[in-house]
Design a protein. Structure first.
Length: 202
């Protein structure tokens, strides 16, 4: 008998489901890793008069791909958390674009305080209309700077670093009625492209 020839399989999910199917006469469908071969199987057990019919399908490639995806996601979350911690420790506003079009932009603590937004807010001025912040505008010499001309968007789209040295007033206009003068003698805004992100600070 199979279980006598392979006693190590008795502690497996296969034996558990096999025994339950014999006891209650109900079909079983499950996925489990074989302790004999180390491969994953999709198993179907059907009780029949005087016997059980068992069908197995090797799903090892899919399970390995799922495992690799989970590891990659966990690694990406850890990297993102580490990067956020480093950004938050910097006493200057930092914006991070997560896509070449800068439709998703987040910031560190200094940036969210500057823009008067929550930590999870999207700071992108080129986001989709429904996601775009409407309570602040970046102004230069009394005119709003189009998103396409802002350094973060350009750097993320082209991969080329952008540096603005501002000697005149650069205002952040907030709808609360507050204008933030971003000039301090001079202000240098730097944006550059790094793999997967566009990064801007000032």
């Amino acid at each position: 008998m199979f279980w006598e020839e392979y006693p190590e399989a008795i502690a497996s999910e296969f034996y558990t489901q096999y025994r339950k199917a014999r006891e209650d006469g109900k079909a079983r469908h499950f996925e489990a890793e074989s302790p004999i071969t180390g491969r994953w199987h999709e198993a179907h057990i059907y009780p029949r008069p005087g016997r059980l019919e068992v069908y197995l399908r090797d799903i090892t490639p899919r399970k390995r791909a799922e495992g690799a995806l989970r590891r990659n996601e966990a690694s990406a979350r850890a990297e993102a958390a580490e990067l956020q911690a480093v950004m938050d420790a910097v006493p200057a506003a930092i914006l991070l674009a997560h896509d070449p079009k800068c439709e998703d932009v987040t910031g560190n603590i200094a940036a969210t305080e500057l823009f008067r937004v929550s930590p999870d807010a999207n700071l992108s001025t080129s986001a989709r209309p429904e996601d775009r912040p409407i309570h602040f505008r970046l102004m230069k010499e009394g005119r709003e700077i189009p998103a396409s001309r802002q350094p973060l968007q350009f750097a993320a789209a082209t991969g080329h670093p952008v540096r603005w040295r501002i000697t005149q007033v650069l205002d952040l206009q907030v709808t609360e009625g507050m204008n933030v003068d971003l000039r301090a003698g001079h202000l240098e805004l730097t944006s550059f492209n790094v793999p997967r992100w566009g990064l801007g600070y000032g």
